[in-house]
Design a protein around this ligand. Structure first.
Ligand SMILES: Cc1cc2nc3c(=O)[nH]c(=O)nc-3n(C[C@H](O)[C@H](O)[C@H](O)COP(=O)(O)OP(=O)(O)OC[C@H]3O[C@@H](n4cnc5c(N)ncnc54)[C@H](O)[C@@H]3O)c2cc1C
Length: 562
């Protein structure tokens, strides 16, 4: 059996999550020995997940890909909600420019998303990195003793064209979707449930049945349709003019082949007569919601995306959550490959991401049952919701909340092992910002924003100062020396931010004025003088207010090997 030389990382699965991780590793210096294998014959051609949330667009912005995604995708503007006997309401899905400059939610079919990530690998000299028709069939852990003096590694058993071969790798990532071989080989349970209902998806065109006489269109460009009355029927707009329909199937259709007649029959219940035609993809599907207790073995083997958690499609969260797994893992895995990561840093991947996966299962299950559940309780809940929507008093609140909820900007690792806040105790519970939170979006002078400061694979330190004296104290030689370890790690950029134009930091630290002090106070709370250490995945790791006893060196020891 052929066996290759030792590689740093083998990624099994080139779906969106495997490809994002490959990009994040490939862009970092040091030229990692990286292999990506995929069982399929070539890139996927299916639209599958289409909703790209703002948090994901921020990741794409970091990788220099957001412009292409926005150019090729379609920003969802609103939804027409229809229920009962022809009642309907037009609901806007508002942007949240005070929280992120990126638009949400973007309709960007999965195959286009994957193609973008494949093309992007070329920028790092990794064209043709994905080895298709190559399947992982199992693996075993080999200890240093057993490898006669070498290092601990993973021996992966693969198959290509009927030929078996093995790959030796220091780290293995299972990104091979819901039927993950890596997860099964680790013996991790995939607990959860299968929804009773059966669903159908269909990519097709929708037009008014009497379009020739009445002219005009039923839905405005960028609008979706949500028909929620005993059955679920949702149509998302594609940039090419067609729609993705997702609907519940009637009991008599369950288990049978999906047909356009079935889709048309539900359409006929709408107050406006619509015709569905020219299907590009039509398929029945079942929904599971499951999550593993641990995203790998916490040492050398990791799980990302559907291999670790699968969700109902409510709110378009599934793929987005998986992409964030990869983004959380990328910098940690790179440091592990450089033999710089502490054991705690490697373990933190699962400890931070598993609770997010579990929370999303809970919230998407509830949301999905609320709109599609067939029990009496959910039917009653829907009728209360609709009557409030019908009277429109809830509408502005719903329009404001839904985009915030699905954007995933609220995700925080506050209770994870890598968050350390050193803030005055009396304010502690009420600080709007703490270590573990995403770095808030803030406008700075000359049209720059906090997003510009952190863009790239490095750590970022932000000193916040209300005077030059405070700036000098914050940027002391002792602190700057302690931070050196980050330069040797993933790299470091430091900035001084102040609400006062004349406040300047020491040479070598760029000073920038905060454009809107009121916005700063709202997002950062009472901290006027202090420092934030922002991780390469743009979450605040360490946060300290000036005057508190510093725990910076203790924090850095958590991240790096002695
Ligand atoms: C019909 C359908 C519709 C969906 N709609 C939505 C939606 O609207 N919104 C949403 O958020 N999510 C949706 N999803 C889910 C979404 O597609 C997944 O969350 C997303 O694809 C997960 O990405 P991934 O990279 O983890 O895994 P996958 O996309 O499943 O990729 C896994 C890759 O691993 C490869 N592979 C499998 N086994 C092996 C092996 N043994 N060795 C090597 N390679 C292997 C596969 O060929 C594949 O390329 C949908 C899924 C389906 C099937």
């Amino acid at each position: 059996m052929e066996s290759s030389p030792l590689v740093d990382v083998l990624i099994a699965g080139a779906g969106p999550c495997g490809l994002l991780l490959a990009n994040d590793l490939a862009r970092r210096r040091g030229g990692l020995k990286l292999r990506v294998i995929d069982a399929a014959e070539g890139p996927s051609v299916h639209t599958k997940a289409m909703a790209v949330q703002i948090k994901t667009l921020e990741i794409y912005d970091d990788l220099g890909l957001s412009e292409r995604a926005i150019e090729e995708g379609l920003v969802l503007k609103g939804t027409r909600v229809v229920w009962g006997r022809g009642q309907e309401v037009q609901m806007a899905l508002r942007q949240i420019p005070d929280q992120s400059p990126l638009p949400g939610m973007l309709i960007f079919p999965q195959f286009q998303n994957e193609n973008m990530l494949i093309d992007s690998l070329e920028r790092y000299g990794r064209k043709g990195l994905v080895e298709y028709s190559t399947k992982l069939v199992g693996f075993e852990k080999v200890t240093r003793a057993a490898s006669s003096g070498g290092e601990d590694h993973i021996l992966c058993h693969c198959e290509r064209g009927g030929e078996a071969f093995s790959v030796k790798t220091r780290f293995l990532v299972g990104a091979e979707g819901a039927h993950s071989v890596v997860r099964k080989t680790l013996g991790l349970a995939f607990d959860g449930k299968k929804f009773e209902e059966e669903f159908l998806l269909c990519d097709c065109e929708i037009e008014k049945a009497d379009a020739a006489e009445s002219g005009g269109r039923y839905l405005e460009p960028g609008d979706m349709l949500s028909f929620l009355d005993g059955t679920l029927f949702v149509a998302f707009p594609y940039k090419w003019g067609g729609y993705r329909i997702v609907m519940t199937r009637s009991e008599e259709r369950m288990g049978k082949e999906a047909t356009m007649e079935e889709v048309q029959k539900v359409c006929d219940l709408l107050p406006t007569k619509l015709a569905v035609k020219n299907p590009r993809w039509i398929s029945p599907f079942r929904i599971h919601s499951r999550v593993v207790d641990q995203f790998g073995d916490l040492e050398r083997v990791f799980l990302v995306g559907d291999a670790a958690h699968i969700h109902s499609p409510a709110g378009g969260q599934g793929m987005n959550t998986g992409l964030q797994d990869s983004y959380n893992l990328g910098w940690k895995l790179w440091l592990a490959c450089q033999s710089k990561a502490s054991a705690a840093l490697i373990k933190s991947f699962s400890l931070e991401r598993q609770p997010i996966g579990r929370t999303l299962i809970r919230t998407t299950d509830t949301a999905f049952s609320a709109v599609a559940g067939s029990s009496v309780m959910f039917r009653m809940l829907r009728s209360v919701m609709f009557s409030a929507l019908g009277r429109k008093f809830l509408l502005p609140e719903v329009e404001r909340r839904i985009p915030q909820l699905v954007a995933q900007l609220w995700i925080s690792y506050r209770s994870g092992p890598l968050a350390l806040s050193v803030l005055p105790r009396k304010f502690f519970g009420s600080w709007p910002l703490q270590a573990g939170d995403r770095l808030p979006f803030l406008k700075l002078e000359k049209g720059t924003t906090t997003l510009d400061l952190v863009r790239g694979p490095h750590f970022t330190v932000l000193f916040l100062a209300s005077s030059t004296a405070a700036a000098e104290e914050l940027c002391s030689e002792v602190v700057l020396k302690q931070l050196e370890v980050l330069k040797e790690g993933a790299g470091l950029k430091s900035f001084l931010l102040s609400c006062h134009q004349d406040c300047r930091g020491p040479p070598g630290i760029e000073s920038l004025a905060i454009a809107d002090p009121a916005d700063f106070k709202r997002k950062f709370g009472g901290i006027t003088d202090g420092m934030l250490l922002v991780r390469p995945d743009k979450y605040i790791g360490y946060m300290e207010a000036l005057g508190m006893k510093s725990r910076l060196s203790e924090y850095l020891e958590r991240l790096f090997k002695p």
